[in-house]
Design a protein around this ligand. Structure first.
Ligand SMILES: [Zn+2]
Ligand SMILES: [Zn+2]
Length: 82
């Protein structure tokens, strides 16, 4: 029996694709962002830009709109239908 990863190390496999992670928390993040219809997205309040990554929106706001927000102030949207 061959193990394609480190011996003795448990990898968590995504049931929907080939994604694998050593950490269950990382897999959960992957599932939420890639396979969850209710995936949280961050929508720019100034334009149509949106992203799954809060930091990306923060960078976008500061570089495109010269708006500097705290991470806790970043607007969060849950898309019900994709
Ligand atoms: Zn997956
Ligand atoms: Zn924008």
């Amino acid at each position: 029996m061959t193990n394609k990863h480190d011996i003795g190390l448990k990898w968590y496999e995504c049931p929907h694709c080939d994604y694998e992670s050593k950490r269950i928390s990382t897999l959960k993040t992957h599932l939420n962002s890639m396979h969850n219809k209710n995936a949280i997205k961050y929508q720019c309040p100034e334009c149509i830009f949106n992203t799954k990554d809060k930091q990306s929106l923060k960078n976008h706001l500061s570089s495109k709109h010269k708006i500097n927000l705290e991470m806790s102030e970043i607007p969060k949207f849950v898309l019900q239908d994709m």
